[in-house]
Design a protein around this ligand. Structure first.
Ligand code: TEU
Length: 593
């Protein structure tokens, strides 16, 4: 359904630089660029084609680099421009590429542009950001221009008062991340210039952070009240996919992207409407190659609310969401990004399957089997290939380093200092279930403690490691010690799955997805993938439950044999027609006649 392209067939691996690998003699406890360069053979062996680095630019690190103070320089914590050049050239030696994270909805408040903007109302950069005079309530008290809430954890106002010039500026995420005013053509030109700078240096493209937030509706109307007890409300109806978004994206394309062979993926929180999404990813629109649709990773958010909320879900929701986007993109000639993890969500293993010691490997492999057989460009988040799981509950919220978690916890402490109505217990539960910290623990490279090869011994890592590194680490997974068992490790399973996906790209990357009926209790997600020329088809059957269930091979699907599975026997002895028994968390890949 779609013409082939290198960026469609590539496997993209997301690196969270602070936690990937610290090079020898780096005493900071943070990962760095040289550390990344030292692991390219590992990544190549896994089957990765493109690295996407979360931001490594100069930054005060209020939001781990998503607050940039200089787009054309590297934060000294991570290294230098020379290190990036070296990384690009070593990637090239291995036929691999580099993608950067473009964070241009907002800058850091330490960026020279903002410093200038806030210096006076007559600054030439005043209009580079979004400034508004206050409102006054009936008692004559100063109030922000509207009721929009900050996104990252605190639920305060999205407007910050500037004493010096007596106006508010808009900063949707934290007050240290003021939003750029994209209505100003000079801002857009400055962004184009940043893109050119990196493309000329040899990067192949960009992941664009909250790119759908760049156009705000004019007049800044109040948001609908979702939580009557809160003074500020989620305002995304007024800035997610705002009125000028498509014009701005098309302008980036005509001014910059059309002149380079690039890959682009936009982050688009809060938007689920297919026509709106297709506007961005349809090739004839010249906007972006693909976007991250958050419907699946937001499945356990209270609808309409932010991330740090809890909502129950059932495997049928996962089925419905995955099927929906497979179908929409193939019917409308769009393109999917296939992903289930990133640095903003807990580990998929804990969240969608079962991370207990008993089922951990099966669960991680089940998700690998699903993702490696879906149509679209595949993204793997660091540690996903190792079956990393969330932090255990013994680690207290005080150990969490993310600004979102910290703001949320501080707010909870102030609301329920004595755990009134169990408020603190509840907040702890939310962090345990939803904190971004779970995905940000350092990658364990070896079983040797206390730092597991992430950084030098004697150096304190910037955040705690997951204590299970003695058994789950890259060295044990990539080259398991002799006698450690018959089956594949999670890493080996991923490696096999990625090779299989490449070998059968016509079927897995580009093929037609058809959902098959589930089992009676609806935990089985089954589908076929068929190559466009009809020469090859596979069936994928995934039991999203820890129970043994029966699933009937539908009439019209004739399975020749099961070729792979997440249980060590690859499902070899199973029947291929009628009712088949699926074991706990079992996933099967079958060749269709
Ligand atoms: O994330 C956007 C973001 O905040 C999402 O978490 C989104 O709001 C959520 O999924 C919807 O429920 C990006 C970065 O990935 C994140 O790390 C940054 O903190 C944020 O932008 C600000 O730059």
């Amino acid at each position: 359904f779609s013409s082939p392209a290198w960026w469609k067939e590539s496997c993209i691996y997301q690196i969270y630089p602070a936690s990937f690998k610290s090079s020898p003699n780096n005493k900071s406890g943070w990962g760095d660029i040289k550390g990344i360069t030292s692991k390219l053979d590992y990544l190549k062996d896994l089957g990765v084609d493109i690295l996407w680095l979360s931001p490594i630019f100069k930054s005060p690190q209020v939001d781990m680099g998503y607050d940039i103070s200089d787009y054309k320089d590297i934060d000294p914590t991570y290294g230098s421009l020379d290190d990036v050049d070296e990384l690009i050239s070593k990637l090239k030696d291995r036929d691999m590429k580099l993608m950067m994270d473009l964070v241009v909805n907002h800058t850091s408040d330490q960026h020279a542009w903002f410093q200038d903007s806030r210096s006076s109302k007559t600054s030439s950069k005043r209009d580079w950001y979004i400034w508004q005079p206050p409102r006054y309530d009936a008692d004559g008290n100063r109030q922000p221009p509207n009721n929009w809430a900050l996104i990252l954890g605190e639920a305060n106002s999205a407007w910050t008062w500037d004493e010096h010039t007596q106006e508010y500026f808009l900063a949707l995420f934290t007050p240290e991340q003021p939003d750029l005013n994209w209505r100003n053509p000079a801002v857009r030109e400055a962004v184009h210039d940043v893109l050119r700078f990196w493309l000329d240096r040899g990067v192949c493209g960009f992941r664009m952070d909250v790119i759908n937030h760049i156009s705000k509706v004019s007049g800044y109307p109040d948001a609908k009240i979702i939580d009557p007890s809160a003074p500020y409300q989620p305002g995304h109806a007024h800035y997610a996919n705002g009125p000028e978004l498509h014009n701005y994206l098309q302008e980036i394309h005509s001014e910059v992207l059309s002149k380079y062979p690039t890959i682009t993926v936009g982050e688009m929180p809060f938007v689920k409407d297919d026509s709106e999404i297709l506007r961005v990813v349809s090739p004839d629109r010249n906007e972006l190659n693909m976007i991250f649709i958050f419907e699946l990773v937001d499945v356990d958010n209270v609808p309409g609310s932010f991330r740090l909320t809890r909502h129950e879900w059932h495997p049928r929701d996962l089925r419905r969401i995955v099927s929906r986007w497979q179908n929409v993109m193939q019917e409308c000639n769009g393109w999917n990004s296939v992903f289930i993890e990133n640095h903003d969500n807990p580990r998929s293993l804990t969240r969608y399957v079962d991370d207990s010691d008993q089922f951990r490997d099966l669960g991680a492999k089940l998700l690998a089997l699903m993702q490696s057989t879906l149509s679209g460009t595949l993204y793997v988040y660091q540690g996903e290939e190792l079956g990393m799981r969330d932090l255990p509950p013994e680690i207290p919220p005080e150990e969490y380093r993310d600004i979102e978690s910290q703001n949320f916890w501080r707010k909870s402490l102030s609301l329920y200092p004595n755990n009134e109505k169990g408020g603190l217990d509840d907040a702890r539960k939310t962090l345990q279930r939803k904190a971004r910290d779970h995905a940000r623990t350092p990658v364990p490279w070896s079983p040797e403690g206390p730092n597991a090869g992430f950084c030098d011994e004697g150096v304190e890592p910037w955040m705690c490691l997951n204590p299970d590194f003695t058994s789950y680490n890259a060295s044990a997974q990539q080259n398991p010690p002799e006698g450690s068992g018959e089956g594949l490790t999670v890493f080996q399973f991923w490696r096999r799955a990625l090779r299989n996906r490449k070998e059968h790209a016509n079927t897995f990357v580009y093929g037609t997805f058809t959902e098959l009926p589930s089992n009676a209790t609806e935990e089985v997600f089954a589908y076929t993938k068929t190559a466009a020329d009809g020469k090859e088809a596979f069936v994928v059957v995934l039991n999203f439950s820890g129970k043994e269930v029966e699933w009937a091979v539908p009439e019209g699907v004739s399975v020749e044999r099961w070729v792979a599975g997440n249980w060590d026997d690859d499902g070899a002895d199973k029947g291929t027609s009628g009712e088949i028994k699926l074991r706990a968390w079992e996933g099967l890949l079958g060749m269709v006649k």
